[in-house]
Design a protein around this ligand. Structure first.
Ligand SMILES: C[S@@+](CC[C@H](N)C(=O)[O-])C[C@H]1O[C@@H](n2cnc3c(N)ncnc32)[C@H](O)[C@@H]1O
Length: 494
């Protein structure tokens, strides 16, 4: 039986193992891996002395990375690891499940294999510092999930999709190669245990893995980290677990950067770091909802990227009152359907604020403000008016198409009502949540309330912006078109 080693023992063994990798460097004179469990942050790396900007903090040789290319699993079941033929499939799309592997499922298989080898894995001391449980909503009870209230996050947790992916793509491979996965004399896991272990590996990959495709100095975290995320999710890139790079915690303001070199990855200080400061990486401009879904934590600084989804249904209901009046219900239905069959049709719109991205040293400047509705929402509104004119020969619609001011007024009224309706979908108010936050809460409850409060704040700011625009519309003879005030919702579409 394995001896239950302490947290610090595991940290020390991991560091010694890391330093023994050919080409690995860790500047122990400048920083140390610390126990940050007191603030629910697991392990993290803290500066021991002042560190100058551009200092290389540690170096990870590529051979120390766990990925499809470095694990011996590829030699044992080569058919699965036809790296050139890695599937372009989306693991969330159940239709093609079972047909092929992708970079996610391959890494899950590799991690399962390495884990099951125990002390025989060359990554054992690293695997020992990876968490065995996670704070992501995937592992929450239904009561905890219900604390997210009307957040769009609830629909994105994806437990069933993950179960399906594991059952169709992971379990059959392990069962077909039990002699490979289970070392001689070890106990074979049953399907339920395998499912649990695969979930654990999948969650570790979600929160720890790096995209290894770019070896040209661009680590994929630069220009649009969400593209990187989308790419990962679709299994188009090579994913890997990068020991030490993943001991860094992260925030929306950060001070270190991982550079992907040909032979090694290096962590560099982006600016001067003071003794005692935590060395932080960056996961991208993620709203707290997404940070929670993927990494199992939230931070005050990430709230600047909070978003809320406004379903088109809510806008449409308001427009039915105002635009559908005078149309038969079947004509109104035709108009609705016409909008829905449009190639550009969107079920919901992501509302967010605008503000500056972090500067090259990882610092944030200035406030973020709500400054417009998505262009696509305005365009869809106009499509509905045109459809109403066509389907029902609506006089109101015809007038609206002629009169830009009236059209804008209706748009703002409908959106304002929809925003209010959206806010009512959350059973508690922002003020009640603020009150709740002062009481005794579990970590999951606390994080769920932070997420839903962030969304309610965006809704409030959006309402204030729309009201201001409506006021301008009533008082000004030449006001800009609602769409001119809008901006693209694409940037942070999650
Ligand atoms: C890549 S790991 C970082 C190292 C990790 N703390 C550990 O002990 O292994 C990512 C995980 O660290 C935690 N984490 C990262 N940044 C954090 C932060 N600013 N606050 C709290 N937890 C954080 C989250 O649990 C996240 O899933």
């Amino acid at each position: 039986m394995e001896v239950d080693r302490g947290f610090d023992d595991h940290t020390r063994d991991f560091l010694n193992w890391f330093l023994a990798q050919p080409g690995a460097v860790f500047r122990s004179d400048l920083m140390s891996i610390e126990d940050l469990r007191g603030r629910n942050a697991g392990r993290g790396i803290i500066a021991k002395t002042d560190i100058a900007a551009d200092t290389v903090l540690f170096t990870i040789p590529r051979d120390a990375i766990i990925c499809a290319g470095t694990s011996v699993l590829k030699d044992k079941i080569p058919g699965i690891f036809d790296l050139d033929g890695v599937a372009q499939s989306d693991p969330e799309d159940g239709d093609d499940a079972g047909s092929s592997q992708d970079s996610w499922t391959l890494l899950i298989l590799v991690m399962l294999y390495e884990h099951l080898q125990g002390a025989a894995s060359r990554w054992k001391p690293y695997l020992d510092v990876l968490p065995s449980s996670f704070d992501t909503p995937m592992f929450w009870s239904s009561a905890e999930v219900s604390e997210l209230q009307a957040s769009a996050l609830v629909a994105k947790i994806g437990k069933e999709e993950a179960d399906r992916m594991i059952t169709t793509k992971i379990v059959p491979v392990v069962r077909a190669h039990e002699d490979v996965f289970f070392p001689a004399g070890s106990q074979k896991l049953d399907d339920e245990q395998l499912l649990g272990l695969a979930h654990r590996m999948g969650s570790a990959i979600m929160a720890y893995a790096f995209d290894l495709e770019n070896e040209d100095g661009n680590d994929g975290e630069g220009e649009d980290p969400e593209d990187e995320w989308v790419e990962d999710k679709e299994g188009r890139t090579m994913l890997g677990m990068v020991p030490m790079a993943d001991m860094l915690n992260a925030d929306a303001e950060f001070n270190a950067h991982i550079n992907h070199g040909e032979e090694a990855l290096t962590a560099t200080a982006l600016r001067d770091i003071k003794a005692g400061e935590e060395i932080l990486n960056y996961y991208g401009p993620l709203p707290n909802s997404e940070l929670l879904r993927r990494y199992g934590y939230v931070t005050p600084k990430h709230s600047r990227y909070d978003v809320v989804e406004l379903p088109w249904d809510l806008v449409e209901v308001e427009l039915k009152e105002r635009l559908g009046a005078g149309m038969t219900s079947s004509d109104w239905d035709k108009a609705r359907q016409r909008v829905r069959s449009d190639d550009e049709f969107e079920e919901s719109f992501v509302l967010d604020r605008s503000g500056e991205d972090p500067d090259p040293t990882g610092q944030l400047r200035g406030e973020v403000i709500f400054s417009g509705l998505p262009d696509e929402l305005g365009a869809q509104f106009k499509t509905l008016i045109k459809a109403a004119k066509k389907a029902g020969n609506s006089r109101i619609a015809a007038e609206l198409l002629e009169d830009k001011d009236k059209r804008k007024e209706l748009y703002l009224q409908a959106v304002l009502a929809a925003l209010r309706a959206r806010e009512r979908q959350y059973p508690t108010s922002l003020e009640e949540d603020e009150q709740l936050m002062t009481g005794q809460l579990s970590r999951a409850q606390q994080m769920a309330i932070v997420v839903r409060m962030g969304e309610k704040k965006v809704l409030r700011e959006a309402q204030a912006w729309v009201q201001e625009q409506a006021g301008v519309a009533n008082n000004s003879s030449r006001e800009p078109d609602a769409q001119e005030n809008g901006r693209s919702a694409k940037r942070r579409k999650l």
